[in-house]
Ligand binder design. Structure first.
Ligand SMILES: NC(=O)c1ccc[n+]([C@@H]2O[C@H](COP(=O)([O-])OP(=O)(O)OC[C@H]3O[C@@H](n4cnc5c(N)ncnc54)[C@H](O)[C@@H]3O)[C@@H](O)[C@H]2O)c1
Ligand SMILES: O=C(O)[C@H](O)[C@H](O)COP(=O)(O)O
Length: 375
């Protein structure tokens, strides 16, 4: 059995070599010829899987994307060819939630503000939006949730409109899929008109898909709205962001909000489980067996945490300034956006860090995601 996997997919060999030969290829440049004799195709968000890519393949049984997003997959085409498909819903939700939360602490620190005084609007209350909501709730930050689809489905959480978020939130974090059709389409959800309406001093974070914000409009609006603070992990037109936009962004990264070791492992593992099911094979390993030890075994806390102390603790698991600095030095015309992603040393999630000596009043740290020392 021939298995073709994106070269940027950790743990693919470990998990899939029991089914056949694993060939790793660059995801963005994969061609129809490359995949013509694959039985299993494992991709990430940079490979468009459609009739052109699969034109020369008549034996493919399974396509898996080790990502949450599916906007790069023509699922109707796969169905028409009876090719099984799976993505990895929720695999990197914790990573994205923690990325957004720690970046809010960074912004608060940079501008001398208090995160707990802010209201955070979360647009898209699925896996990643809810992971962020969990961190914010644990820390005691007020949130507004906007998700008209979940609201229509009768979910018990309270939802508000996008307009109410724009009007009422000091911070807006985007967590929607990229959709181009339908009543709730998200392509350019934040267009020029909406960007102009952002509150004075608003913080805007995008860690879902670049095209959810009209990046040309954002570049124009930022020229006269310096008060808006931006965190962009995703960019319209990746891997070629609008370069004039970058200096106006407070924290800029190359689509790595979901890049935790745990998130990557979960993504590949979920596809492995799916293939086991498809081939009626037993699941022989577990995610925890794939994860390396964290370099700090535990942290002992001796006092109540200030906002800056919490930021310092979060920086032990992920210090965004390293990625931000590297991003600003990239030569985008030379495809270095992808080079940086590929070379990224995946960070850990808060759960990798065990905290000891915690008073009861600090139990919120475990709700946020850190691990508790076992008695
Ligand atoms: N930057 C990264 O590394 C990274 C990592 C993971 C996911 N993503 C992106 O983030 C997206 C969201 O991920 P998720 O796991 O939260 O997905 P999800 O499907 O669990 O949640 C998305 C939510 O958005 C809601 N939604 C859809 N249209 C909406 C609209 N117009 N307004 C408000 N809400 C709307 C849906 O109802 C759903 O609840 C993914 O589709 C992917 O594109 C990016
Ligand atoms: O949709 C997702 O899961 C994320 O955008 C994912 O982190 C993208 O990473 P990639 O697949 O491009 O490595």
């Amino acid at each position: 059995m021939k298995i073709i996997a994106d070269a940027n997919m950790p743990f693919a060999e470990e998990l899939f070599q029991q089914f056949g030969d694993v060939h790793k290829l660059d995801g963005r440049s994969m061609t129809a010829d490359d995949v013509k004799d694959a039985d299993i195709l494992l991709v990430r968000s940079v490979t468009t899987v459609n009739s052109s890519l699969l034109a020369a393949n008549s034996k493919l049984k399974f396509v898996g994307t080790a990502t949450i997003g599916t906007d790069h997959i023509d699922q109707d085409f796969l169905k028409s060819k009876n090719i099984e498909f799976s993505n990895a819903p929720g695999c990197n939700a914790i990573a994205v939630g923690e990325y957004a939360f720690t970046t809010m602490l960074e912004l608060a620190h940079k501008y001398g503000e208090v995160l707990k005084d802010k209201t955070v609007g979360i647009v898209g209350a699925g896996n990643t939006g809810s992971a962020l909501e969990k961190c914010l709730k644990a820390y005691g930050v007020n949130t507004l949730l906007c998700d008209p689809i979940k609201a229509e489905q009768g979910e018990p959480r309270k939802f508000v409109s996008l307009e109410a978020v724009i009007e009422g939130a000091d911070v807006i974090s985007l967590h929607v899929p990229l959709t181009k059709e339908g009543e709730h389409k998200t392509f350019h959800l934040l267009d020029e008109a909406k960007l102009k309406q952002l509150k004075h001093n608003a913080w805007l974070l995008n860690c879902c898909r670049g095209e959810v914000i009209d990046n040309q409009a954002l570049t124009r609006v930022k020229k006269y709205r310096e008060d808006i603070k931006l965190v962009l992990d995703v960019w319209e037109g990746e891997p070629y962001p609008i370069e004039a936009l970058i200096p106006t962004v407070d924290f800029a990264t190359p689509h790595i909000a979901g890049y935790s070791v745990e998130g990557k492992a979960r993504g590949t593992f979920m596809l492995y489980e799916k293939v086991c099911q498809l081939l009626s094979k037993p699941v022989k390993t577990s995610i925890s067996q794939l994860l390396p030890e964290f370099f700090i075994s535990k942290v002992q806390l001796d006092a109540n945490l200030t906002q800056l102390d919490l930021l310092r603790l979060m920086r032990l698991v992920y210090d965004i300034s390293d990625d931000d600095r590297s991003f600003r030095q990239l030569d985008f015309s030379n495809k270095e956006f992808d080079v940086m992603r590929k070379a990224h040393k995946h960070r850990r999630e808060c759960s990798a860090l065990t905290i000891s000596s915690v008073e009861e009043s600090q139990n919120w740290l475990f709700e946020l995601g850190f691990s508790r020392e076992q008695a």
